[in-house]
Design a protein around this ligand. Structure first.
Ligand code: G1P
Ligand code: ZN
Length: 542
């Protein structure tokens, strides 16, 4: 039976670039989830009788929220809900499923790489029919709705058994529980040369994939160990846990340090890789060679044509502004388009839909292509495997060859996490005010050629995004970028991105932090990081 419940708005339900993200106890407030879900439905039109894809990264509170979403979808008038078994779908698999089914949209429950558990993070995001995150027009409407909402509708019915494959009725809604891997695996089989990768593994190639007790485990097991014949045990931490085993499911050099240490050790496998909580990020480390996400994007773009799904070549490359310019050099050499977008995957959607780009990525370990409208961790690993299977070189050799051809973009990101928000905002404001003076200013051997606050004009829908980050561009091509994180859930996070281009191959073996030391010091001085944040050093360096 359809029930209407009276409610009152919450003041803090404006979705950010990754949907609504808060701590679990916050989400647990009575009516909190329902208000947000109803605000989503109230902001959409024409979904009556249509299909909604529903799934999440399996974190704490996932299953309960799925039941709420299903009962509200029934009350709202959706015709069918397609749900990953156990309520689980990786973010890229959800995107793939929305596209494959021609669904109206999807609700994806995730807080990505943030920790889970009863006191961890949770998130709700709405994706549109192209499989990608809702555009600003819709998220703005959702935000507005959350401020006026006075009632929501929910179907009173027992919980759906999420473990049983097949169809059940939830009032007027048909709920179909599907295997979360099947559709995604089929798509990967179309894009990549599975026979060649199978032959690579059969020839003794070794790999370690850390699913970080998060959503990618079942996908990686089925594809790497199942379809591709990687040795059993290749995938570690393969069982998704609601609290990710108490770990931080972020595949970076801090939280996946053991993988880095393994890759640098005597017993290193040929390839180490990992993905994050919801499966959209990736980490790739060869034996003795960490591949920065920015380099990975460039190398994947330069070599994608070896995979069947990209055999005709790529239409173009897009990267987020703070991502290094390594990919730009590849695009220039290939003679294809190159786009610099604000941070956040949603900006790639229009470019992909319009066929302007095929491959896109961010320095934050997100890489993807036109096959879905989210970044895709396992996809990136499979493309690497396909390239390794065809080129028959080590990861390190491929990377070094790439640098020799294009030059090396030394790159590092310094994060100051959970700093006082007022201090962080003051730092950014002060920088913005000083932009005109910073231009042409000299600091020892370094001179700033251009200083601006990045603005983006979307070539497809004509929209403008302003104030996307302060850029200091130096005469030698080096760059310092400052921006505040839009995804943190406590205080503010200041991110400083530092980059230096080095054409001289004789200098490519230098340690990254050493190669960037002068710029790093300068980045702190110019912005007065310690004065504004009280921090003398970053919390995370990647
Ligand atoms: C971070 C990353 C960004 C990514 C986003 C969602 O956002 O930096 O590249 O798109 O997570 O995964 P930020 O916290 O910097 O706003
Ligand atoms: Zn993620």
């Amino acid at each position: 039976m359809r029930q209407t419940i009276e409610t009152r708005p919450f003041a803090d339900q404006q979705p950010g670039t990754s949907g609504l993200r808060k701590k679990v106890p916050h989400f647990r407030q009575p009516h909190y989830v329902e208000n947000f879900v109803q605000s989503i439905f109230d902001s959409l039109e024409g979904f009556e009788g249509k299909t909604l894809v529903v799934g999440g990264d399996g974190r704490y509170f996932n299953a309960e929220t799925i039941q709420t979403v299903l009962k509200m979808a029934a009350a709202a008038g959706f015709g069918r809900a397609v749900v990953g078994r156990g309520g689980v779908l990786s973010t890229p698999a959800a995107s793939a499923l929305i596209r494959a089914l021609g669904a109206f949209g999807g609700i994806v429950l995730s807080a990505s790489h943030n920790p889970g558990g009863p006191d961890g993070d949770f998130g709700v995001k709405y994706n549109v029919g192209n499989g990608g995150p809702a555009p600003e027009k819709i998220t703005d409407a959702i935000a507005a709705r959350t401020k006026t909402i006075a009632r929501y509708h929910i179907w009173q019915a027992p919980d759906v058994d999420l473990a049983r494959l097949g169809e059940t009725a939830l009032g007027p809604l048909t709920v179909e529980i599907v295997d979360p891997v099947t559709n995604y695996q089929r798509l990967m089989e179309q894009l990549f040369d599975f026979a060649a990768i199978r032959a690579l593994f059969a020839g003794g190639f070794t790999m370690r994939f850390d699913a970080m007790s998060a959503v990618t485990g079942p996908y990686a097991k089925a594809i790497l160990e199942g379809a591709l014949g990687a040795a059993p045990g290749t995938v570690i931490n393969a069982e998704p846990l609601p609290d990710f085993g108490g770990h931080h499911p972020d595949p970076n050099l801090v939280h996946a340090r053991h993988l880095y240490d393994l890759a640098m050790s005597k017993n290193a496998p040929d390839l180490c890789a990992a993905s994050d909580g919801d499966g959209d990020r990736n980490l790739v480390i060869g034996r003795d060679m960490f591949v920065t996400p920015s380099d990975s994007l460039a190398i994947l773009a330069a070599n994608a044509h070896v995979a069947p799904g990209y055999a005709k070549g790529i239409a173009g490359v897009a990267r987020s502004m703070p991502t290094s310019a390594a990919a730009d050099r590849v695009a220039a050499k290939l003679g294809v388009g190159c786009y610099e977008t604000p941070t956040g995957w949603k900006f790639f959607g229009n470019l992909l839909d319009a066929g302007l780009v095929t491959i896109c990525g961010e320095e934050s370990a997100g890489t993807g292509s036109s096959h879905v409208r989210e970044k895709d961790g396992l996809w990136a690993v499979l493309l690497w495997l396909n390239i390794l299977a065809v080129r028959r070189q080590s990861v390190a050799d491929i990377v070094r060859e790439h640098w020799a051809t294009y030059g090396r973009n030394f790159y590092s990101r310094h994060d100051y996490e959970e700093v006082d928000a007022a201090g962080a905002n003051a730092l950014m404001t002060a920088l913005r005010e000083r932009l005109p003076q910073l231009k042409n200013q000299r600091f020892g051997a370094l001179t700033i050629r251009e200083a601006d606050d990045f603005a983006y004009h979307d070539p497809v829908d004509g929209s403008d995004s302003k104030k996307q980050g302060v850029r200091l561009m130096f005469e030698d091509g080096s760059r310092i970028v400052y921006r505040l994180s839009g995804t943190g859930t406590a205080g503010a996070t200041l991110r400083i991105y530092i980059e230096r281009y080095e054409p001289d191959a004789a200098r490519h073996a230098i340690d990254t932090q050493a190669a960037l030391a002068d710029l790093v010091a300068l980045s702190r001085d110019i912005a007065g990081v310690e004065r504004h944040t009280g921090r003398a050093a970053p919390s995370v360096v990647t």
